[in-house]
Design a protein around this ligand. Structure first.
Ligand code: MN
Length: 210
């Protein structure tokens, strides 16, 4: 079966002193980019309490590094910290960077990549909306969820697009890649459903669309 290789990272929290930082992200992604078809970032680029204009500029430069120097398209969503930072509106549209534009479930496709991404932005902090109930159910391989969510609240007290593992699995996706919880947690192995965690890069092969 044809597969697509994704390199996924999450919760960078630029500005937070103990976060891994933009240089970590550049080096970690450079190590895996040659084999990756798409880079995915699952939200919280900026820390809501600590991020400054310089961190915003670093985040923009990181995305340009991924699409430019590394030559890989980037799919991402905004997290609750990005909303809390107040700087999303200052983030430019960038070539080869794909993200939802509104607050609902959106389908994203990347030219030349045989996948459909079902992606949702966090739009408020906290974000108790039941939006993930609207994730479409599919009956073929090649669909991937890109989410910033808590899932049943076991791992965090911050309400953020609540859903359940059962609901995510019922959608039929080949993977659900999540941000918000800062430790790597795998809720389900195959298909993969989990949080990437801060300071981690997950390399995952997912089956392509038929
Ligand atoms: Mn976070």
């Amino acid at each position: 079966m044809r597969t697509v290789r994704l390199a996924v990272f999450a919760d960078l929290h630029l500005g937070r002193r103990k976060a891994p930082g933009v240089q970590w992200a550049r080096e970690a992604l450079a190590d895996v980019a040659a084999d990756a078809d798409v880079v995915i970032f699952t939200g919280d680029l900026l820390d809501k309490k600590k991020a400054t204009k310089a961190d915003l500029d670093d985040g923009i430069a990181l995305f340009e590094f991924i699409t430019g120097e590394l030559g890989t398209p980037l799919v991402h969503v905004w997290g609750n910290h990005d909303v809390g930072s107040g700087m999303i509106s200052r983030f430019p549209t960038l070539d080869n960077v794909y993200r939802p534009v509104g607050g609902g479930v959106e389908k994203l496709t990347v030219p030349g990549v045989p996948l459909v991404f079902h992606a949702v932005n966090v739009t408020q902090d906290p974000d108790p909306r039941e939006t993930l109930a609207d994730l479409p159910e599919v009956f073929e391989p090649g669909h991937v969820g890109v989410l910033h969510t808590e899932v049943e609240g076991q791992y965090t007290n911050n309400p953020c697009l609540p859903t359940t593992t059962e609901h995510l699995l019922s959608r039929g996706y080949s993977a659900c890649l999540m941000g918000h919880v800062h430790s790597p947690v795998v809720l389900h192995e195959d298909p993969w459903v989990g949080w990437i965690g801060m300071g981690q890069v997950l390399e995952i092969d997912v089956p392509a669309l038929p």
